[in-house]
Design a binder for this molecule. Structure first.
Ligand code: LMR
Length: 395
C-alpha cells in the first residue's frame, strides 16, 4: 500500500510556515500564513470568545451529536452575519454548518459536481492555492478568469468582465466576496454592480468565498457583493468562514449557505448539503459554532465582538499605511503605495521569488513564494526593519 506512494509536494503556504518554525533566528518574522497577530506578535483569543467558552462550559450538559446540519442557532447567526438582518427570515436562504470555510467550499462544490457534473468552474487569476483542490471535484473543469493587473496593482476589470460575459448557466464563478486572497485588490462597489449585472445577463452561478468578512472595512461593507448578489440573482452559494473574524482558526467553523429560487428548492439543497456532509465526515464539530452562536445571540456580547473586530480591522489598516509610508520614505518613490489601498490580511507585493528568498535567507522574513505578504501578521515595532529589508532586496 505505502511502498510506491509518492511524496506529495508541500503546501505552498503551510510549507513556509513550517520553515519559519524550524528557523532558529531570534529576529525571524512570519508574514506567511493568514493568521492575525497583535502588537506583541501573539494570536490571542478574543475576549468575547473566552466569555462564550466559559458560558458554554457551564451550560453544556451533553456531548451527544448535534445533528447533520450542525447547530441551527449558529446557522441562523451566519445567515444574519453574511446576508444581513434584512434576510434573517428569508426562507430562500439556508445554511449548513461545516468544518471551516474550507469544508463549506467542499460541500458546495460536491453539491454542484454531483448535480451538474458538466459545469465549468472559474477561479480568479491568481487565487488561493487550495481552491482547486477543495473545489475542483469530480468532472468539473477548472478554468481561470483574469483578475490581477500586476503592472498597476489593481483589478484587471476589463479583462475580468470580458471573460465573464462569455459565460452561461453551466458556469460556476468563484468570487472572493471581499479581501481577495492573495492579491489584496478588490472590486469597488460600482464594479461589483457591473459583475452582478453580467451574472444576471449570462446566468452564471455565483459561488462566493467569504473568508475574511470584517477584515477589510467592516462586516456590512465587506458583505456588499454577497448581499447585492442575493438581491439580484435567482441562485447562488456562499462558503463563509469564522476562522479570521472570530479568530477561532483551529476550531474549524464555517457555513455553507445557498440562496435558491424557491423555499422548496432551498430546503432540498439544505438536505443535500447535509447528506453530502454525512458521506464526507458524518457530523460537524460543535464547540466553535456554539461559541459563535452564543456571541451572536447575546446583544451585549455581539456589540463587544463588533468592537473587538473593528479594532483589528483598524489596526490592519494602520499597519498598511505605516508600511506604505515607510517604504515610500526609504525608497524615495511610491512603488509600494498600493499597500495602503489594499484591503484584508494580504497583499501581493510584486516581489519576485528570488527577492522573497533573499528576505528569508538574509533577513529571516517569511512570506509566500509568490510575494504574498500577510500584513495582519506584522508588529508596529518591526515595520521599519521590514521596510529596510524590502528596500535592501529591491535595490
Ligand atoms: C491563508 O491563505 O494563508 C489562509 O487562508 C490559511 C490557509 O489555510 O491557507
Amino acid at each position: 500500500m505505502f511502498a510506491d506512494l509518492p511524496v506529495p509536494a508541500e503546501d505552498k503556504i503551510l510549507g513556509i510556515a513550517r520553515q519559519f518554525r524550524a528557523d532558529p533566528r531570534a529576529n525571524k518574522m512570519n508574514l506567511s500564513v493568514g493568521v492575525y497577530a497583535d502588537t506583541h506578535g501573539e494570536t490571542i483569543i478574543l475576549d468575547t470568545v473566552k466569555e462564550a467558552e466559559t458560558r458554554l462550559l457551564t451550560r453544556q450538559t451533553t456531548k451527544t451529536y448535534v445533528g447533520l446540519a450542525g447547530d441551527m442557532d449558529f446557522n441562523q447567526a451566519m445567515k444574519e452575519i453574511v446576508f444581513g438582518a434584512e434576510n434573517a427570515d428569508n426562507d430562500l436562504i439556508q445554511g449548513v454548518q461545516a468544518p471551516g470555510g474550507s469544508g463549506s467550499l467542499r460541500l458546495i462544490a460536491e453539491l454542484i459536481g454531483r448535480n451538474r457534473p458538466n459545469s465549468r468552474l472559474w477561479f480568479s487569476t491568481p487565487t488561493w492555492p487550495n481552491h482547486e483542490a477543495l473545489v475542483g471535484v469530480g468532472e468539473l473543469s477548472i478554468n481561470y478568469y483574469p483578475y490581477f493587473d500586476a503592472t498597476h496593482n489593481a483589478v484587471d476589470f476589463e479583462g475580468m468582465k470580458a471573460a465573464l460575459q462569455q459565460l452561461g448557466p453551466d458556469d460556476v464563478v468563484v468570487l472572493h466576496g471581499c479581501c481577495h486572497n492573495p492579491t489584496g485588490v478588490n472590486l469597488t462597489q460600482a464594479q461589483w454592480d457591473e459583475v452582478i449585472t453580467i451574472a444576471q445577463q449570462t446566468g452564471f452561478f455565483p459561488f462566493v468565498d467569504l473568508a475574511y468578512q470584517g477584515f477589510g472595512d467592516d462586516l456590512d461593507t465587506d458583505a456588499y457583493s454577497t448581499r447585492k448578489l442575493a438581491a439580484s440573482v435567482a441562485e447562488m452559494a456562499v462558503a463563509a468562514s469564522c476562522s479570521k473574524n472570530f479568530g477561532i482558526y483551529r476550531e474549524r467553523v464555517g457555513c455553507a449557505l445557498v440562496k435558491a429560487q424557491t423555499a422548496e428548492h432551498a430546503q432540498v439543497a439544505f438536505k443535500q448539503l447535509q447528506k453530502i456532509g454525512r458521506g464526507l465526515y458524518s457530523m460537524p464539530p460543535d464547540h466553535g459554532a456554539a461559541v459563535v452562536s452564543i456571541i451572536w445571540h447575546d446583544a451585549e456580547l455581539r456589540q463587544q465582538w463588533f468592537a473587538e473586530l473593528s479594532a483589528i480591522t483598524e489596526r490592519i489598516l494602520t499597519l498598511r499605511q505605516s508600511l506604505a509610508q515607510q517604504l515610500h520614505a526609504k525608497l524615495g518613490h511610491g512603488r509600494f503605495d498600493f499597500l495602503a489601498e489594499h484591503r484584508g490580511m494580504f497583499s501581493l507585493t510584486g516581489l519576485s521569488s528570488e527577492q522573497v528568498n533573499q528576505l528569508r535567507d538574509q533577513h529571516a522574513i517569511y512570506m509566500v513564494g509568490d510575494g504574498r505578504m500577510n500584513i495582519a501578521g506584522l508588529q508596529e515595532t518591526r515595520i521599519s526593519e521590514l521596510a529596510d529589508a524590502i528596500a535592501a532586496v529591491v535595490g
